[in-house]
Each structure stands twice: as structure tokens, then as C-alpha cells.
Design a protein around this ligand. Structure first.
Ligand SMILES: Nc1ncnc2c1ncn2[C@@H]1O[C@H](COP(=O)(O)OP(=O)(O)O)[C@@H](O)[C@H]1O
Ligand SMILES: [Mg+2]
Length: 267
């Protein structure tokens, strides 16, 4: 199982890129579970092209009150690592949406008045992520932006994709993430998203100055923006197909430094 977490500031395009990666992998016959771990935005299932699950995993466990009470028990480390393992097929059907190779789990959305919601849901998401164990599945985690998450989530994740909109603030965050993941020895790639061709050079220069390597560039595409406004699946065509394919191949070879990239277009 290969677990990839998308990170970057809000609005940089994490959900869009997650959906593109999921569609690319599924289109090439790979099993992919999208983990919707963003506690505020509700549109990921539309972008991926799946129905929104009936409930979130947090609701499935009983909603805010029960979750707060039960969480201790659910999250308590169980005796054997074997019994902690979760297969994709064992995820509750009500909070998982599936079609062919594609699955989506909604972890939970923040509830009104629940100041502690973010922390609880984050803990729940991290717990599920670390227990998921299924050969031949990719997991793509679409997160909220927060830097604070990286610190502990890196243990449950194999590699990270930082999505940057090319602004100074976003590239500074990418520089921070680059240093952090170097320290914990987890691969991190940086994708520059939605930067117009005439602003590209400036963004690349700024990135170099900050010590950030840009691994891939996804250009702005009106069809992508319109699809998300209208709640349709994100289109994956033209140059974007090659860019997403390269990103996935590079992530894969970063994780298997000796092996050859295994994602191949189905002929
Ligand atoms: N390459 C792109 N071209 C055009 N619009 C994009 C592109 N990537 C993202 N967007 C738009 O930018 C907005 C924010 O993207 P989103 O994926 O929701 O960001 P995040 O999940 O990081 O908050 C959305 O309206 C989306 O349609
Ligand atoms: Mg998002």
C-alpha cells in the first residue's frame, strides 16, 4: 500500500490534484482510496466523480458526543499489530463510496460548536491511515493545510506532495515542509499549480532562492475551475495527464529507489 498525503495552503489546489491523481490511477487499473480528511470542505467526492458517502466515519462511530466518549476506546492501541490492520473492504459501507477501482472515505466534517472537532477528527484520520494495510492499493489523503499536522502524520504516510500556487507565502511553506521531511527522511515533491506561463519563471526563481525544487508544473485550466464550480468531476486531459503521470511515477520511484516506476498506461 502506498500512502500519499497532499499538503499546501488552502486554495492551492490540493483537492483538485488529489482528484486528478485518483482518476489517473483508476483509469490505469490501479486501486485507489481517496481519504477525505478535510474537515471543512465538502466537494471532494464531486471532483473525484463518486457519490458522497451517506455518512462520515466520525458519524458512523456515533457523531460528536459518542465520538468524544468512544474515541479513547477506539483509538487505544490494541494488543497485536495484526488486529489493528484495516483493509479497504472492511471500511464501513455507509462512509465509503466505491466504483470500480476507486473508493472514497469521508473521515468527518467539523460540527457546530465543537471546538475540539478538528483535533478529534485529525486523530481519527491519522489512526485510520496508520492502520490501513492493503497490498495493491494507493491511498491519497486530501488534507487541510495546517503545518501542525505534518509533525505527527509523517509516520503514517509514505510520501508527500506539496501543492503550491507559486506565491511567496506558499513557497515559504514549501521550503519549511522540504526541510521538515528531509529531517524525517520522507520523500516530498513540489507541484506548482495554476501558475500562468508568464509568471512561471518568477515563481521558479523564488523557489530556487528558498531552496525549493519544483518537480512539476500544472497550468491554469478554465475547464478545471468550471468543473469544480459546477460540482462535476475534475477533467483530466491534455498536458495535465502527462504531468500527473510523471508526478506519480516520481513518487513511486522515490519510494522504490531501486525499482522502475510501475504505473503504466493501459494499452
Ligand atoms: N490547475 C487549475 N486550473 C484552474 N483552476 C484550478 C486549478 N487547480 C485548482 N483550481 C481551482 O482553484 C480552487 C481551489 O482549488 P482546491 O483544489 O479546492 O484547493 P484546496 O483543496 O487546496 O483548498 C478551485 O476553484 C479549483 O477549481
Ligand atoms: Mg481542499
Amino acid at each position: 500500500m502506498t500512502k500519499i498525503m497532499l499538503c499546501g495552503r488552502g486554495g492551492s489546489g490540493k483537492s483538485t490534484v488529489t482528484a486528478m491523481m485518483a482518476r489517473y490511477l483508476a483509469g490505469n487499473g490501479q486501486n485507489v482510496l481517496v481519504m477525505d480528511a478535510d474537515t471543512s470542505s465538502r466537494s471532494l467526492s464531486d471532483l473525484v466523480g463518486l457519490k458522497r458517502p451517506k455518512r462520515s466515519f466520525a458519524d458512523e462511530l456515533g457523531g460528536p458526543d459518542a465520538l468524544t466518549r468512544k474515541l479513547g476506546a477506539y483509538l487505544a492501541p490494541s494488543a497485536s499489530p495484526e488486529s489493528r490492520r484495516i483493509h479497504v473492504d472492511e471500511l464501513p459501507a455507509a462512509c465509503t463510496s466505491r466504483r470500480d477501482c476507486l473508493a472514497l472515505l469521508e473521515v468527518g466534517k467539523a460540527w457546530p460548536g465543537g471546538n475540539e472537532a478538528g483535533e478529534i477528527l485529525e486523530e481519527l484520520g491519522r489512526n485510520v491511515l496508520s492502520r490501513l494495510d492493503d497490498r495493491n492499493w494507493w491511498v491519497l489523503v486530501d488534507n487541510e493545510a495546517g503545518m501542525d499536522r505534518y509533525g505527527t502524520s509523517h509516520r503514517a504516510t509514505d510520501a508527500f506532495l506539496f501543492v503550491s500556487d507559486g506565491t511567496a507565502g506558499s513557497l515559504e511553506s514549501a521550503a519549511f515542509a522540504t526541510r521538515l521531511f528531509l529531517e524525517v527522511e520522507k520523500p516530498l515533491l513540489v507541484l506548482l499549480n495554476r501558475v500562468a506561463p508568464d509568471e512561471n519563471e518568477e515563481a521558479e526563481r523564488l523557489a530556487r532562492r528558498l531552496g525549493v525544487t519544483i518537480d512539476a508544473v500544472l497550468l491554469p485550466d478554465d475547464a478545471v475551475r468550471e468543473a469544480s464550480l459546477e460540482g462535476r468531476p475534475v477533467p483530466l486531459k491534455g498536458e495535465a495527464v502527462a504531468v500527473i503521470g510523471r508526478v506519480l511515477s516520481r513518487l513511486e520511484s522515490a519510494l522504490n529507489p531501486t525499482g522502475r516506476a510501475q504505473i503504466r498506461r493501459r494499452l
